[in-house]
Every structure is written in structure tokens, then in C-alpha cells.
Design a protein. Structure first.
Lengths: 192, 235
């Protein structure tokens, strides 16, 4: 973890997400709106990437923000940053949605190209900074680490499904997934 | 700690465990602070990876979300991790006991613990402990609904209230505790058993504790005026 004082501050001087969540916890609707403005692109983008269908990604985004609204008083700032909390909820919800629908049909998306464009003007500055660091850091992972992390995180596969897909032993995938995330963490920490 | 289990932290952090495995790992986390820290850090890294996918949603979604939130009540704060661990350990006792609620006050977190007054072990001891602390200060106030006794102990950093002097309400109403900071009330829980009493960490300066009568089940915001309001620092 980097120095708290050196963390990346959005270029546009965006509102502090932690402060906003604290206000949302007290029922502040204007803070909730500001929080939506601040994080809806991150949440929707991730949901869209995981569930793929834009309409369902909207539903997931709505679920995420309503959960944030409901549970803001339960967010514990001692356990991490509010943005991480929101993105963790977003990922959980997106994966749940994809797993629900996968029982109906699961297209094998393991090699699907990114179909999402990233040239949204509103978030261009912030996103570019974050994206640059993330992309650079993902390049430090080994192929197997990267593949394991991406299949799980962006496609919603469990690690045992990943092992099957990649035809690797379970313990190998389990370890690669963890090692990959540790490498990502360490690299991103160095970017702050 | 099983090394084998520990290496699941990565998969756990990115929701790649089956439900059953995730539950098992949840239990493991309660016993393993190092694992909790690792999961936190890996989630933060994953969150950044996710946020790098940012894509603006259709503008119409915003009004839908705001309108839906407007109709949705918020949940009160929850038990802290420590309380959750205890709760599991003493689940048999707690089944019979009343609610345990955590109350967020400004930056700090205070814990209200409601319990049966007659039980002298576990949580119940905390109310008694505050009252019996060497430096305890107590104050009894008469209210329209009976008497309420408040104790504070600077050495324990806690306060406690005894509610057994309050008159029982009809089944349709309950007493609800509130922490009021800068004029904003936050629910601190419903008093389910008057003999229980409640204990909490000493609230931050400027926070007062109030009690209102609310419809059964409690309210998101007070619907009646408090019949008693106590500044813990004036006890």
C-alpha cells in the first residue's frame, strides 16, 4: 500500500468518495447523487464488461447503487477505501448476474475481444490515468497469471472453472490467481 | 492456518470461489487477520482494474437510480467484525438475547449492545461493568415514560444505560435509541427488552443520545420527539 498522502487524486478534483459515502450513510440524497456522478462510469463499465449485455449492465449498476445507499452506514472506513467497497459490490453483483444467466447459456468468452470502447469524454482524464497504470501493471503479470485473473474477474468464472478452461491443475490456478493479484497490487502501489 | 486455504485469498478477493468455498473462507478470515489484510489489499487492486473499464452509463439511468433510492429505506449500522465473531461463538446465548447494533458516530464507531439484564456473562457484563467501574459516574433522569439511568466510565471509554425503569409500551410501540450529532439522528437500535440495558463506546464530543417512542420494528428517522436526551459528557 502506498503512502496515504500520495494516493492518486482525480485530475478534475472530484469529490472525495469516502466523504460522500459518510454523508450517504446519514441519508444525504445530494451526496448520493454526487457519489453516482463520481462512480457510475466505473461501476457501469465493470458491469458491462462482465455481463456484456448493456441493458443488464444498467440493471446491475442500479442494484449496486441501491445496495450502496442501503448499506452506506455499514461501510467501515477502517477496512479500506469507499471506492474499493463500491467496486467490490459491483463485481459481486455483476458476477452473480452472469452466473445466474450462465445456467441458461454460457458463451465461451475466454478469448472474446474487448468490445467496449473507452473514449467516453466525461471521464477521459481520470480514466486515462487509472487505465494507464492498470495496463502497465497488468503487463507485469505472467501469461498464466493474467489469464487466470482476467477469466475470473472479467468473465465471472470460478477458479475451478478457470482450471478446467485452461487445462491446468486446480492448485496451479489458485496460486497463479493470487500471485497475479499480488503482483498487480505491488505494481499499482508503486504508481501512487 | 492452513497454507492451502490461505492461497485461496486471491480467488476469494475476486469472487472466484463457489458459494460453499467462500463461506468456508469467510470463517477462516475471522481467525486470520493477515488474510483479512491481504484480501483487502487484493480487492483494492482488483477494484482499480475494474475501474479502468470505466464507461459512462446512459444518462437516463441516473434518474432511475435516484428515484429508486428515494423509495428505499437505509439499513442501520451493523455489528463490528469483533462483535460478529463473538456472536458466532456465543450464538446459543445470543439467540435468546436482543439485538446488537453498531453505531457510526462521525469518524468513530460505537457499539450498542442490548442484552438481557439477568445474564451476567458475555455482553451482559458490559452494562454492569460500566456501572461498576471504579470511576463510573451515574445519573438518573425522570422522564414521561419512567426513569432512565446513565453511567459513563472514562477509564473504559464506555457508557451504558439502564432501561428497566422505563414503562413497558404496548405491543405496537418500542423505545428506539438515537445518537444525535450536528442535529442528525442516527438509529442506535431498538430496545427489545427493557431489562437489557445498553452499552456503547463513549460517543464523540457533541453527540447526544436520545430515546423516542416508535412504531414496532423501529423507524429510519425519529417520528416522535425524544422524551429524553442525554449528553454523555454531562453525566
Amino acid at each position: 500500500m502506498g503512502e496515504p498522502g500520495l494516493r492518486l487524486v482525480p485530475a478534475g478534483g472530484g469529490a472525495d468518495v469516502d466523504v460522500l459515502v459518510g454523508r450517504v450513510a446519514r441519508g444525504d440524497a445530494s451526496a448520493f447523487e454526487a457519489l453516482y456522478d463520481e462512480l457510475s462510469s466505473a461501476v457501469f463499465g465493470l458491469a458491462r464488461r462482465v455481463v456484456r449485455d448493456p441493458a443488464r449492465a444498467e440493471d446491475v449498476t442500479q442494484e449496486v447503487f441501491l445496495e450502496v445507499w442501503r448499506k452506506a452506514a455499514r461501510f467501515d472506513s477502517g477496512l479500506g477505501r469507499a471506492k474499493t467497497w463500491v467496486m467490490t459490490i459491483a463485481h459481486r453483483r455483476a458476477v452473480d448476474a452472469v452466473r445466474r444467466s450462465e445456467s441458461q447459456k454460457r458463451q465461451d468468452e475466454r478469448t472474446a475481444p474487448e468490445e467496449v470502447s473507452h473514449d467516453e469524454p466525461a471521464d477521459a482524464v481520470i480514466a486515462a490515468e487509472e487505465q494507464g497504470a492498470v495496463r502497465e501493471c497488468l503487463e507485469t503479470l505472467t501469461d498464466l497469471q493474467l489469464e487466470s485473473v482476467r477469466l475470473a474477474y472479467f468473465n465471472g468464472y470460478t477458479y475451478s472453472e478457470v482450471a478446467t478452461l485452461l487445462e491446468k491443475p486446480l492448485p496451479t490456478i489458485k496460486t497463479r490467481m493470487r500471485d497475479g493479484l499480488i503482483r498487480l497490487r505491488d505494481c499499482l502501489g508503486g504508481h501512487r | 492456518m492452513s497454507t492451502d486455504l490461505h492461497t485461496l485469498s486471491g480467488a476469494y478477493a475476486i469472487d472466484a470461489l463457489s458459494e460453499e468455498e467462500a463461506r468456508e473462507f469467510d470463517r477462516h478470515l475471522e481467525e486470520c487477520p493477515a488474510c483479512r489484510e491481504e484480501v483487502r489489499e487484493l480487492r483494492a487492486a482488483a477494484a482499480q482494474m475494474g475501474a479502468a473499464e470505466a464507461l459512462a452509463p446512459p444518462p437516463a439511468l441516473k434518474s432511475r437510480v435516484l428515484a429508486a433510492a428515494d423509495q428505499l429505506p437505509q439499513l442501520p449500522p451493523r455489528v463490528s467484525r469483533l462483535e460478529a465473531v463473538r456472536k458466532r461463538r456465543w450464538s446459543a446465548w445470543l439467540v435468546a438475547a436482543a439485538a446488537v447494533v453498531v453505531l457510526a458516530l462521525g469518524g468513530g464507531v460505537a457499539v450498542f449492545e442490548s442484552q438481557r439484564g439477568e445474564n451476567q456473562s458475555g455482553f451482559a457484563a458490559t452494562v454492569a461493568q460500566v456501572f461498576q467501574a471504579g470511576d463510573a459516574r451515574t445519573k438518573t433522569v425522570q422522564t414521561a415514560h419512567g426513569s432512565l439511568t446513565v453511567a459513563t466510565s472514562p477509564s473504559m471509554g464506555r457508557m451504558a444505560v439502564r432501561t428497566d425503569g422505563l414503562k413497558p409500551l404496548s405491543g405496537r410501540h418500542v423505545y428506539q435509541l438515537w445518537a444525535i450529532h450536528s442535529g442528525v439522528p442516527t438509529s442506535a437500535g431498538v430496545v427489545k427488552n427493557l431489562r437489557a440495558g445498553a452499552a456503547m463506546a463513549m460517543p464523540s464530543r457533541g453527540t447526544t443520545v436520545a430515546i423516542t417512542v416508535e412504531p414496532e420494528g423501529g423507524s429510519e428517522q425519529p417520528t416522535t420527539a425524544p422524551f429524553v436526551r442525554v449528553d454523555p459528557r454531562s453525566v
